[in-house]
Each structure stands twice: as C-alpha cells, then as structure tokens.
Design a protein around this ligand. Structure first.
Ligand SMILES: Cc1cc2nc3c(=O)[nH]c(=O)nc-3n(C[C@H](O)[C@H](O)[C@H](O)COP(=O)(O)OP(=O)(O)OC[C@H]3O[C@@H](n4cnc5c(N)ncnc54)[C@H](O)[C@@H]3O)c2cc1C
Length: 822
C-alpha cells in the first residue's frame, strides 16, 4: 500500500513538473528529492535508486547522452525523415511565424495576444478612405461594370491611376502611397462593398506582382524606372505564373528560358530566349508590363557552372516583339480583366530578370515570400467585406420583408441562416484585422495567410449561399438593384486563386504550420541535413531532448486540461469569455500532443495523409480565428452589446475544433493510438456545443436593429444611401421602415383594424383622416412605403435587353418578320 501511494505521489510530481515544462535538471532534482523522501519514509529502496541513476545519469551528461542515444537516433531519423524538393524547402523557409506558433505550442500566453498593438489608420489613410475612395465609389455603377461594359469605364481607370489606387504598396520616394497593410485592407473592403470587379482590379497590383517583387528584390535601376511609372499608372502590371499544365503545382511550370547571346537594340548582349504559355492572368489583357515566371536553363554555362538555374522572375514590357497578350477569360460573370499570354522564343536581355542576373533561379523563394504577405491582405479583405455586406443587407432585408404578416427575420428558421452570416462577419473582420496587423508589425505570415485565405473565403462562400436563401427571389433576379448576385456568382474565384482551397487546407496550413510553428521540428530537420556530423549530433541532441520534454509536457497538460474540462486553467478575464480562453488552452495542448503523435507515428507519410494533416490544420485554424475574435472584443473595449457575436463565433469555432479532433482520432491510421488518445482527450465525450438557438436569435436581432453593435459589423463598408448604391439604399430603407412602424401602430390602433404592413401611403391618409398623425408623420409613412417597395421589388427588362448578341437577334427578328409578311 505504501508503495502504491508513493508511486502515485511520484506520478503527480512528474505531472506537475511536466505541466509547467520544467527543465531536465529541475526534473532530475525534483525526482531525486521525492525519492529521498520516499527512502526516509520507507517505500523507496536501493533498486529504485539504481533505476533512477541508470536513467538520470546518461540523460544529464551530454557526452554520454549524445554517444548512446542521440547518435543512433539521428541515424534512424535520417532514414525516415520526409523527402523535400528544393521548392518545398524554400516554401518552408520563406516567411515568419507569429501568434499561431504560440497556439501550436500548447501553452498560449493570452497577455501576449492582448498586448499586440491595435491596427490604426493614419490621418492620411483615413482621409484617403473618406475622400478618393468615396468619390470613386460614387463614380461606379456595378451593373454597368458587370453587365453593360464587362469592364471599368475609361474614366474610372484614369481616376484609379491619378489617385494612386494601384500604388498603395509603393514607397513614397517612388511616388506611391506607402499605406499600411491595415489601410490597404480597409480600402479593399470599402471597394468590395460596392463592386467586386473594382476591388479585384485594385487588389492585384497591390498584392503579389511586379510592384511588390521590385521593391523587395529589384535592382536600383529597375526600381527607379518602374516604380514611379507603376505609381503614376503609366505602367499596368500583371504577374504570370500559372500555365495550363501547372496550376496548384506551380513549381512544375513548363515555361522556360535559355541563356544565350543575341541582338538587342543593335548590339550583341547576354540574354535569354523565353517560351511561355500562361493562363488565368489577372490584368494581363490590359497590362503594359508582364511579370513572368519561368525555368531558366544555361546549357552553355554562360552564367556559371549550373545548367538548370531554376524558377526565375523577369519583367517583360508587353510591347516586346513576340509577346502575345490581350485576349480575355470570363471569370464567372465578375468580369475583371483576366486572360492568357504566350511567347515563343522571345529574346530579352538578362537585366530583365527582377534583381538582375544574380537573382536567376531565385524566383520561387521570391514568390513564396511575397505571397505570404499578399495572400493575407487581398482575398481575406475582399471576402471579409463580402460577408459583412451580406450581414448588413440580409439583416436589413429580413427586417423589411414580411411574410405571414411578420418580418421574415423574426422566423426561427431564418434566424439560423442569419446568425451564420452575422457571426462569420464579426469573426472574419477580427481575423483579417489581426492578420494584416501582423504584417504591419514586420511579419511575413506564411501560415496565418494560408489560414485566413482558406477560412475567410470559405465563410464568404457560405455567407453568400445563406444570404441568397434568405433573400429568395430578390437575390436571384439580377439587375442594377441586385446587391447580392455578383458576390454569389463570383465566390468560387476567391476559393480558387492564390492557392486553391482544397490544397490550402490539406497541404499548406498544417504542412507549413507543423514545421514552421513547432519549436523543435525545423531544428531537427536542419540538423539532419547538416553534413558536418559532429555539429549535426550536437544540434540534433538539443532539438531532440527539447522535443521529448515538450511532448511529455503536452501529454500531461492535455490529460489534466481534458480531465478537468480546463476549469482550473488560466484566462485573462473572468467574464463570459473566460470559458473560451480555457477551452483554447485545452485544444492548444491537444494539438501540440497530436502533432507529435502524428509526426512520430506517420513520419514522412504525414505529407501524403492529407486528411490527417487537414484536421490538424483545422484545429490550429480554429484556435487562431477564435483568438482573433477575443482580441477584437478586447480591442473594441469589451462592448456588452457585441457578446452574442463573440459567443457565436467562439462556440462555432470551438465546436469545429472539437469535431476535427474527434474525427482525427476516429481516422487515425494507428487504431490503438487513436482509441487510447481519444480517451485521454475526450474523457467525458464531446462536451462542447454549437451556439444555442438563444445566441443565434440575439445575433439575428443585432443584424436587424440599428445599434452600435450593428454599425461595428458594417464598419469599413460603403453604405451611403445613394441611388446607384443598392446596398446603401437597403440600409436607408431599414431606417425608413423602422421610423414608420410606431406610426403604423398608432393608426391601426385608432382605426381599430388589423391592417397589413403595406400600402403605407394609404395608412398615412387614414391616419390624417382620423387625425392621429401629423402631415410630417404621414410623410414618414409615405417615404417608408417607397423604400419598402424599392427593397422588395426586382428589376425587369425590355424583351431584347438581355441578349448579348444584339445583331444576331435583330437578323432573326427580320427573318421572322419576312416569313410573317410572306
Ligand atoms: C480568376 C483567376 C485569376 C487568377 N489570377 C492569376 C494571376 O494573376 N497570376 C497567376 O499566375 N495565376 C493566377 N490564377 C491561377 C490560380 O492561382 C490557379 O488557378 C490556382 O493555382 C489553381 O490552379 P488550377 O485552377 O489549374 O487548379 P488545379 O491545380 O487543377 O487544381 C484542381 C483541384 O485540385 C486540388 N488540388 C491540387 N493539388 C492538390 C493537392 N496536392 N492536394 C489537395 N488538393 C489538390 C485543388 O485544390 C483544386 O481543388 C488565377 C486563376 C483564376 C481562376
């Protein structure tokens, strides 16, 4: 019995030390003290001390440890470690990790999260949003862009160039605006709320493209030539990577260049002959300068002793002889400029390579580094605005539209769809703000950009579907007054570009996250690749034993946090949000544990087990998104009105994290490990629940009722109630209808009749007749009726208006007329 009690005490001591991540020395000392106490009391004898010394001495004496343990393990590790192509290595090396690494490591420091500065606009950036951005939005008519022209008007293009919209990332010394990532995000959000075509055309030159690449890698000559021209809009850039044969697998592009001598402007120079066939290239049809990615070969070794130099990026003026450009693709009725380009044996000098000849073969690294920044800004911002616009318009419409004599937004079934939109809008804005904020802190967040790109575009697609369902026929019938259909149609574009979503979820988020965020895996890999064996053993030893301690700690943390439901773990606040921090402590520890288990049991195979990787990535993503929600709540002053939105987002995310973990255990390739660990992580089953009906009702209420929480939801959108801004007109209609409701009640009460809430102009007349309302109040009712009708009505057109080929139609009509006449 004494022995059993002592074993239990020893286990508790080990557990506490592991939970608090004690060092090996402290571990050894604490166990020695416990054993000494055991010897003093009785149950610990000589055998226990011998076992202890046999384990503790080799572990604590570096020389013995490295010889007996590390060296053989390094040999085994080298045999099973995942093989990596040079493009994969470069992708992993590119970019930085930030807060997501803390979440990955099992023990997040919440104070650190809340201490990250709140992104803010400078006075100049705010003035740009209030001035040129609004002026531009007043100029554009989305129906004209998407239906009549399939393009922006020449005046709008000119305005974009004149005001520097294409130069938000370009430094001031070259004539650009040099805006923060946060300001770029706000501009893009505001543009998206009126026109996706507009925000796509503005987003691309400010994202991954010649401007970004030149600023980071260009020679002084290239910067001085191109950047001022790009800033003034004298050059329009595009960037061409994708080929028909190489989409997601962009590293395998077949496009190539051969280093050779040739004639250039009357002189013989060292250059390259380029052959390419690219497609899907945004802005290509109107580009004057083409950023081109190709594989450079040097068969005659004119640049050095390497024949295959690898992926290289160059800037090719579009008027270079042999460049074919100008045709258009037609992406899902959201006709931003996008098209193919080809070139066959086009000779250009070597100094067209971005960064000059010394950057030959460095293209892949350049691209992945820049992508980690651009991917966190453009698509998340545009998609966030899409969700927010859906939340505002659906909220307003659901309050105005009545069926069965009540606003449809009061029906429980509709509330469910609305809550998904509203909660996602709050969360998307929170995570986009936090992610762009990290860029302004100097990060190049490759994992975060993949998380936000994937999850925000997916939420946007769902929000569009939900919004469409709530709007019914109003959403389906297209025309100048439809503010929803283009977003619904265009949603798959965001899903596909900058890393198609299935690939991003299954390979990129966790694939990069596991290696980048893990405190030891990258160091182990680097040590294993080191050809100097002594240095390799020393580095591997440090990483390996750190890793073992980390894994033991995560096991005990997971066990304790799961067993107690994380009730005793730390949270920075003791209010309604405390439970979310605590659950995140638990899931963070479980993620760290399962990462090591997955890597340890699957080794290099984990790369191919995409669904395991995807679920681990889902857990990391849900932790990141939830922490961004809690940060937003804190940064905005913990507004009690916003709590339902916070609750919805946190509970929805945490339930998704729980599901991902559960499915991970159920599908874990090693069944024994899956079953045992499921018991450790879910000792009481799946205890977390999705948001309740009550919370969803509260979210739907916020969306339908003008209040501060609702205004925060629509922050950064363009909601001016102007004729060519349909989403702003619905907002206006909401205000008009709400103003009329008490007057309507007054009249129906006086008339002692239950009138339907329409023909409000007749209600106004009745009110005047009964002398219960003033003429001014009657006007409010008439205005509400006009707004109500404008909101629920849809566009219709002349019979021939919708035919794109008017000439065909006219000739057919003429033939029919002739037949009739005959
Ligand atoms: C409108 C538009 C604009 C674009 N703009 C540009 C641009 O300006 N410049 C440029 O260079 N490119 C651009 N692209 C290309 C875009 O980035 C690619 O479309 C994208 O990389 C996907 O390639 P793909 O369409 O050929 O799909 P594929 O690569 O054929 O993929 C098909 C499906 O397979 C999935 N998949 C592929 N590999 C894996 C994997 N290993 N694991 C799991 N799933 C996988 C993908 O997720 C996808 O669902 C644009 C594309 C579009 C449609």
């Amino acid at each position: 019995m004494e022995g059993f009690v002592f074993s239990l005490i020893l286990l508790v001591v080990i557990g506490i030390l592991a939970y608090y991540r004690a060092s090996l020395t402290l571990f050894t000392a604490a166990i020695a003290v416990t054993l000494a106490a055991g010897t003093f009391v009785g149950p610990v004898g000589l055998v226990s001390w011998i076992v202890f010394l046999l384990i503790a001495l080799p572990l604590n004496i570096a020389f013995i440890r490295q010889r007996l343990i590390t060296q053989p393990l390094l040999g085994v590790y080298r045999k099973i470690m995942p093989e990596m192509s040079s493009t994969e290595k470069e992708a992993i090396d590119a970019g930085t990790t930030w807060w997501e690494a803390d979440l990955f490591r099992g023990n997040p420091d919440w104070q650190k999260l809340h201490n990250f500065p709140i992104p803010r606009l400078s006075a100049e950036e705010q003035a740009f949003l209030d001035g040129p951005v609004e002026e531009l939005l007043d100029m554009v008519d989305d129906w004209e862009i998407t239906h009549d022209r399939a393009d922006l008007s020449p005046e709008v293009y000119q305005y974009l160039k004149d005001k520097g919209f294409f130069a938000m990332i370009i430094k001031k010394k070259y004539g650009g605006l040099e805006f923060s990532a946060y300001a770029q995000s706000c501009v893009l959000q505001k543009l998206t709320s009126k026109s996706m075509v507009l925000s796509s055309i503005v987003g691309v030159p400010n994202s991954l493209g010649p401007g970004e690449l030149l600023q980071h890698y260009g020679t002084d000559e290239q910067k001085n030539h191109y950047l001022p021209r790009l800033a003034k809009g004298l050059d329009v850039p595009c960037f061409a990577l994708t080929s028909p044969e190489a989409g997601s697998d962009a590293g395998s592009i077949p496009d190539f260049g051969i280093v050779c001598k040739g004639q250039w402007q009357g002189k013989e120079v060292l250059g390259m002959r380029l052959t390419w066939n690219k497609r899907y290239i945004t802005l290509a049809p109107i580009a004057t300068v083409l950023g081109l990615a190709f594989k450079l070969q040097d068969p005659d070794k004119l640049l050095g002793d390497k024949e295959d130099l690898g992926i290289t990026c160059a800037l090719i003026p579009a008027d270079t002889p042999g460049v074919k450009i100008g045709r258009r693709h037609f992406p899902l009725n959201v006709p931003f400029q996008n098209g193919p380009t080809q070139g066959n044996d086009v000779f250009v000098p070597l100094d067209y390579i971005i960064g000059g000849a010394k950057m030959a073969g460095q293209g892949w690294r350049m691209l992945v580094e820049c992508l980690s920044v651009g991917r966190a800004i453009t698509l998340p911002s545009n998609s966030t605005a899409g969700i927010k616009a859906a939340a505002m318009s659906t909220g307003a419409y659901a309050r105005i539209r009545r069926q069965f004599k009540i606003p449809i937004g009061k029906m429980e079934g509709v509330e469910e769809a609305m809550a998904r939109i509203g909660g996602s809008a709050y969360m998307a804005c929170a995570s986009t703000t936090m992610s762009v904020g990290s860029i302004d802190l100097g990060e190049k967040p490759s994992v975060i950009s993949a998380i936000t790109k994937y999850h925000i575009t997916e939420r946007m697609r769902l929000a569009m579907i939900d919004a469409m369902d709530v709007h019914g026929g109003k959403g389906i019938c297209m025309g100048p007054n439809n503010y929803l259909a283009r977003g619904y149609q265009g949603a798959p574009v965001a899903i596909t570009v900058e890393g198609a979503n299935i690939l991003t979820r299954n390979m990129i988020i966790y694939g990069q996250g596991a290696i980048r965020c893990h405190p030891y895996v990258l160091a182990e890999l680097q040590a294993a690749y080191n050809e100097d064996n002594r240095a390799a053993v020393t580095a591997f030893d440090k990483a390996l034993f750190g890793h073992i301690g980390f894994a033991i700690s995560n096991f005990f943390r997971t066990f304790w946090l799961s067993f107690t439901g994380a009730a005793f773990s730390s949270a920075p606040y003791s209010d309604a949000t405390a439970k979310y921090y605590k659950q995140m402590n638990r899931f963070s520890a479980a993620l760290a544990l399962m990462s090591d288990v997955a890597m340890g049991t699957l080794g290099g195979d984990l790369k191919r087990r995409e669904r395991i990787s995807a679920r681990l990535g889902d857990i990391l993503s849900m932790l990141y998104l939830t922490s961004s929600v809690l940060k937003r709540f804190q940064d905005e002053g913990r507004q009690p009105q916003d709590l339902p939105l916070v609750q919805w987002a946190c509970e929805d995310n945490l339930a998704k994290a729980q599901l991902a973990l559960d499915e991970l255990f159920d599908n874990f390739p090693n069944r024994l490990v899956g079953v045992v660990l499921k018991r450790v992580v879910f000792p009481w089953g799946r205890t977390l629940r999705r948001p309740s009906d009550k919370v969803e009702h509260q979210v739907a209420r916020i969306m339908q009722t003008p209040c501060e929480a609702r205004s925060r939801l629509g922050h950064h959108l363009y909601l001016a109630g102007k004729d060519n801004n349909p989403i702003g007109m619905v907002e206006q209609a909401l205000r008009d209808v709400l103003a009329a409701e008490p007057l309507f009640d007054k009249v129906t009460e006086a008339a002692k009749k239950r009138l339907p809430f329409f023909r409000l102009n007749e209600v106004a007349d009745l009110g005047l007749e009964l002398k219960v309302i003033s003429e001014q109040e009657a006007q409010i009712l008439r205005k509400a009726e006009a707004s109500r009708l404008r909101t629920i009505n849809v566009d219709d057109f002349d019979f021939n208006y919708l035919a794109a080929d008017k000439a065909l139609l006219a000739s057919e009509q003429q033939s029919a007329a002739k037949v009739n006449a005959a």
